[in-house]
Design a protein. Structure first.
Length: 197
């Protein structure tokens, strides 16, 4: 039985912000009284700092949802329910404020034009809904399945991906949902030597 050839894979993790806009709920025909309750829940929140006996002034929280909120996944689903389905063969996965684009092909040079086209399509969708990309938390990774381990993040001198005028740099590894994804797929960064026996 012959083995299938191993194909290179590129993953682009895009971390977004400014996702929860209430006018999207109106567009989905959510009753006005529920939109008002959600508005109060999201908008009328404050924070302050306490250090020893000193307390800072209250400040308004202008974005996001409360950490651990059971409402967050529902709002995110409502907000991204019309996200573009790439026509280029690029797959995508959504989780909280992350959008992961990934594509596998027999040739690395065939991957990048398709991902760039998808990035352009996604940029238009982000801009239409005023979603911001956080380039410091985003990353692109080329998964190298070859036995020959190269030190470069990508095998060729490829430009970085751009989305919403933000460059998404190539990385050797990236921590996603608590798991370190390494370009060589060895997962050694996830193994705790204290738990191995």
């Amino acid at each position: 039985m012959s083995r299938r050839p191993i194909r290179p894979t590129v993953v682009v993790v895009v971390v977004v912000g400014g996702v929860y806009k209430l006018y999207k709920l109106h567009q989905l025909q959510v009753p006005g009284h529920l939109v008002f309750i959600i508005h109060q829940y999201l908008i009328v929140r404050h924070f302050f700092f306490r250090h020893d006996n000193s307390i800072s002034a209250k400040r308004l929280i202008r974005a996001g949802v409360p950490q651990g909120s059971t409402l967050s996944p529902l709002l995110y689903s409502a907000y991204t329910n019309d996200i573009l389905r790439p026509q280029t063969g690029v797959q995508h996965a959504l989780f909280i404020d992350d959008i992961v684009l990934y594509l596998r092909s027999s040739n690395f040079r065939q991957i990048t034009p398709r991902l760039h086209k998808t990035n352009d399509e996604m940029t238009r969708w982000f801009q239409s809904w005023r979603i911001e990309v956080n380039p410091e938390k985003s990353a692109a990774i080329f998964f190298n399945y070859s036995k020959i381990k190269k030190k470069e993040a990508v095998p060729y001198n490829f430009p970085t991906f751009c989305m919403c005028n933000s460059s998404i740099p190539w990385h050797h590894k990236y921590k996603y949902l608590g798991i370190t994804l390494d370009k060589h797929i060895h997962f050694k960064d996830n193994a705790d030597p204290n738990t191995l026996y």
